[in-house]
Design a protein around this ligand. Sequence first.
Ligand code: BV8
Length: 251
Amino acid sequence: MTGSEQDPIEVPSTLVNTLVKAEQWVVMTGSGISAESGVPTFRDAQTGLWAQYNPQQLATQEAFKNNPHVVWQWYQWRRELIRNTSPNPAHRALVELQRLRPNLILVTQNVDGLHQRAGSTNVIEFHGNIHRNKCSHCQKPGPESEAAQPPDCAQCGELLRPNVVWFGESIPRVALQAAAQAIETCDVFFSVGTSSLVYPAAALAETALTRQAVVVEINLNPTPLSSRADFALQGFAGQWLPAITDLVRAG
Ligand code: BV8
């Protein structure tokens, strides 16, 4: 089910007044914003062959070291699934919001690249991008590959791996700094479609709460952020974001 199939929603007027005035926006998204495109969220039960695996166990250096072929094939399966999806109204609303608010900074935990496919620019990819590869040893970028097994690095001969941030790995410094800098000065911080359980991404909202920003959460379900956010909008990102965009445009 998607946002467009739902009853109409009402954006709180106090939030509308804030958003019409807010110039510096930071929007942080999680896998919930891609759910309406058909990309399973990170904690959705995996399907078929992958039902027996927990993503948190697969998305690690140890899993790749012990079982590179299984981990690689999991990513090939996800890449193929993502290639067969399209951006949804939530992604497209963020493109329009970035047109209306050119200072809007979009930080995503998602690796699917759907924000860029929708037309968002300067996307901060906090956890990397599933469509890119790098060497598991020398870290040099590697070409995309349809291969069923991880290809060898042209530079050092070790195995290529997806260029995503695995659990236990540091967030790319440039992404971390850009996100932190954007939050320092933002008027409004949106947390969209994330369970706010994965750190340090979840800490971004916590930092925004300690600054002058108005914090807005959009999520189907309550999260650890919901009770602390200034506005906790429960429901589909594909419904709330287009409604908010219409009101800002009418501003
Ligand atoms: C690190 C890429 C330091 C891979 C991913 C405190 C500080 C620092 C680290 C930690 C810490 N505590 C614990 C840690 C360790 C760990 C962590 O956070 N563990 C958690 C599970 C407790 N963090 C790390 O390891 C990070 N690294 O800190 O390094 C370090 C360095 C060296 C040595 C030691 C430490 C790295 C974390 C990055 C992991 N990589 N992705 C891949 O994709 O294969 S994370 C993965 O989770 C995805 O990127 C995903 O986006 C992200 C977050 O999950 P969500 O997006 O929130 O998805 P989820 O399914 O949970 O929720 C979806 C939500 O959407 C739900 O709430 C649902 O209700 C909602 N929803 C669904 N549909 C809709 C919707 N909402 C609106 N509309 C809808 N239609």
